[in-house]
Design a protein around this ligand. Structure first.
Ligand SMILES: NC(=O)c1ccc[n+]([C@@H]2O[C@H](COP(=O)([O-])OP(=O)(O)OC[C@H]3O[C@@H](n4cnc5c(N)ncnc54)[C@H](O)[C@@H]3O)[C@@H](O)[C@H]2O)c1
Length: 407
């Protein structure tokens, strides 16, 4: 029975869910999960090329388990894909999951969100529930609720943040407890029913609590990475092998179990969301800002540490891995590119490679291994685990990934 028929009052909608921004890294796995749960789902995305790719049954980016699922829900008639907003008027639930960047001042930019609401306005219908799924600045749910009401629309807003790790979304969407928030108990109950189609545990909060919860989660991870990256730099600057120290910290010592290893803390979320929290605290967030200095400064520290050993100016240098994290094809906000740009100023030539990132400036790994004198491991892809570094080449491996591979 379609979800909408179970509602005893209010308008009946022919479809259950429209995911606005449904072609994106968060929106698409979520839309596939809704459709896989038997809900008639519409993807609306303004990127016509992405829409066409999805419509043809092809995933526009790497996501575990998604290619098979996409074909299945398309064949089953549960998923429609469109680049225009009209179809959203048919849907009871609208799930908005577009990018929420910070601007050149590192403060949240609301342009995309405002534009999205404006461009959807003519397709909104009384009785719909708009679920915000993007990571948003605290207070934005209330702001959007007021905006819709001021437009004369009887639409209820909920905020249910996405918490999956990109690449593992389909598994995590079903496993993780869902954070749910809304302004009325009946809206909360409706979104709980919706997410109960695939999730099993719910945490209910006020929208403001949920907005802060999501930002604080990402800021915590960002700060944790910064702590260990700072420790790595301290050890290396004093001529010590940080991996030996890290092993001593963590080995069979429960209170240090969560300590990550060093490496690039990059990508489209962690820095951006730490800066959203900094903006919310009116730039009184010294931990967050310090974390930014450490994490964003790591590529420069690595270059400086290498320059202590070698005169890089005459060297050809190779960067292994350009995605922002391992096993991903996503180069958004990857610190590998920052490292490349720094090395370009300090060396004879830089060659970059990645097994997944579709970037025409990259070259095959074999060529990097052959031509580079010095190698930096920037992204610890599995493909590099067993990499044989040719005799005479110098490897800098902040992740301790290749160096720890079995001989
Ligand atoms: N990427 C992650 O791992 C992750 C995890 C949790 C939360 N988030 C949050 O989710 C949000 C989306 O991130 P993402 O990585 O999926 O971004 P993305 O850029 O991959 O996807 C956004 C999609 O929205 C589309 N879009 C933009 N404006 C639109 C509009 N007005 N109408 C319809 N479609 C529009 C874009 O074409 C794009 O396909 C962000 O707030 C992010 O912080 C991301």
């Amino acid at each position: 029975m379609p979800y909408t028929e179970s509602m005893t009052s209010g308008p009946v909608f022919p479809r259950e869910v429209c995911v606005i921004g449904g072609g994106g890294h968060v929106g698409l796995p979520l839309a596939l999960t809704f459709a896989d749960s038997g809900l008639k789902t519409v993807i609306y995305d303004t990127d016509a090329r992405t829409v066409e790719t999805i419509r043809r049954g092809i995933m526009p980016f790497a996501e575990e388990g998604a290619p098979e699922l996409l074909r299945r829900v398309l064949d089953g008639g549960l998923l429609d894909v469109t680049e225009t907003p009209e179809r959203m008027s048919e849907c009871r639930f609208l799930v908005l999951v577009i990018g929420t960047p910070v601007d050149e001042h590192l403060t949240p930019s609301f342009t995309a969100l405002n534009r999205a609401i404006d461009s959807c306005a003519n397709s909104l219908r009384d009785g719909q529930i708009l679920i915000l799924r993007s990571t948003i600045f605290p207070g934005i749910s209330e702001h959007i609720q007021k905006d819709l009401t001021a437009r004369g629309l009887d639409i209820r807003v909920a905020f249910c943040p996405e918490r999956v790790a990109q690449g593992h979304s389909l598994r995590e969407i079903r496993q993780l407890p869902q954070i749910l928030s809304a302004f009325q108990p009946e809206t909360l109950a409706a979104v709980r029913d919706l997410f109960a189609r695939f999730a099993h545990e719910f945490i209910e909060m006020t929208p403001m609590e949920a907005e802060l919860c999501k930002l604080m989660t990402n800021a915590t991870r960002y700060i944790q990475f910064a702590i260990v990256n700072q420790f790595y730099t301290i050890a290396r600057e004093n001529g010590l092998d940080f991996n030996r120290i890290l092993h001593g910290c963590r080995h069979k010592y429960p209170r240090m179990e969560g300590m990550p290893g060093p490496g690039f803390a990059a990508g489209p979320c962690l820095l951006k969301d730490t800066m959203q929290l900094a903006a919310f605290s009116r730039n009184s967030f010294p931990l967050g800002h310090s974390a930014m200095l450490v994490n964003e400064g790591l590529p420069a520290r690595l270059v400086e540490l290498a320059q202590r050993d070698l005169d890089l100016s005459q060297k050809v240098v190779g960067v292994l891995g350009m995605a922002f994290k391992a096993e991903s094809d996503d180069p958004r906000d990857s610190l590998s590119y920052k490292l490349r740009n720094l090395l370009a100023l300090e060396t004879r030539r830089v060659l970059c490679t990645d097994p997944y990132v579709p970037d025409p400036t990259l070259v095959p790994v074999e060529r990097v291994l052959e031509e580079a004198d010095v190698l930096f491991l920037a992204t610890p892809h599995r493909a590099y685990r067993e990499l044989r570094i040719p005799e005479g080449k110098v490897l800098y491996d902040v992740w301790n990934w290749i160096a720890s591979a079995p001989a």
